[in-house]
Design a protein around this ligand. Sequence first.
Ligand SMILES: Cc1ncc(COP(=O)(O)O)c(C=O)c1O
Length: 432
Amino acid sequence: MSNSNDDFAFDISLNLNVRGMPLSATLAINELSNKLKKEGKKVYKLGLGQSPFPVPRTIVEELQANAHQKDYQPVKGLQSLREAVADYHSRRNDIICDAESVLIGPGSKELMFLLQFCFYGDLVIPTPSWVSYAPQAKIIGHQIVWIETKESNNWKLLPKDLHKICKGDSNRPRILVLNYPSNPMGVTYAAEELFEIAKVAKQYQVILLSDEIYGELHFEGKHISISRFYPEGTILSGGLSKWCGAGGWRLGTFTFPKTLTWLMDTMASVASETFTSTSAPIQYAAVRAFRQGIVMERYLWNSRKILKKLGNEIHTMLAAKKITSPTPEGAFYLFINFNKVRNKVESKNVFTSKELTTKLLEDTGVALLPGSVFGRPENELTARLSYVDFDGVRALAAAETIPLEKELPEDFVKIYCGRILEAVQLICNWVD
Ligand SMILES: Cc1ncc(COP(=O)(O)O)c(C=O)c1O
């Protein structure tokens, strides 16, 4: 009998649902960018969707003051945090909820996984959609139903298309995920659009997971939650990662209607056998964040001003080269389409979105994410550009010196977000 290690074939015991599964696309591009950087190449990290801004000072101080909190917390979350989250949603989103409606988790991504794990039914998502919804469904073994969208409609979900999916088998259990302001499109939905989508969801009793993690980054500060129009069927997802610059802190929140308490309780039971509870110091600090106040308001106002100006500027630069994207309305993404310059791109032997982003990274050092990881067809020349690779501490400090009601000066983006302009110029030159 041979003792060679080659005789061991433990990998055949991998769960079929995860066999051959790659690292999440966003993390993979980040690791590749870091590797190229280490090799001495200049890399523009426009692949990862991380807030460029620091965690507000008051929230950091709250975390410092609570570093000694060492006990396991209740599985559904620290009571004062659940209260603060419920107050926040009542105040900001005009919905009726209380602390008992709130579930806290180590990131909203983990809560989404738990939800999909506990709920039996299809996952319905528009394409393009954020990278992790579909892989989570795949891991669990749920059927994924993609709803097609059009660039001419800013890649937004139309109620009639949801209706089409549902009417075929009107009793089938389903979760629809709606995310706005959107990753990857950077657009949002108007109240009337939300109302119409809610109407169809209600008609077919579809559970709506409304991923509003970028809600506070609506450029005009006018985010509207769809839960207003379908309160009994909407789970509202949020967290600290995007508007508080605290992605690495790992704190997410779900807010449930009373009709879905059974689902929240089941998720909590599974959580009690898996992550137990979310980090105690982080939860204490988060109470301060959700209570908001004048310091947070200033921080948010200035963050939005910077993102809006930067987003619009690069959208215009790209449009001048016929690289199209919807006009940005929130978050920090552009979903760019090279279809109008397809001939030029194909002359570089690039025919798919993966080839597009790989060649761009090799030729220019600009890292983007291919459209295919958002559910778009492989041969569509689309990609997501995250405009976050700049010094957010410096930019925010500069914006804070300008009166709130005043526009940022014309050269603000050039001075404080120069790297992004440089990267976008490289993309434009590359196409030419
Ligand atoms: C649309 C969207 N939803 C959810 C998440 C997950 O956020 P977290 O797990 O940090 O709360 C992200 C993070 O990139 C996202 O872009």
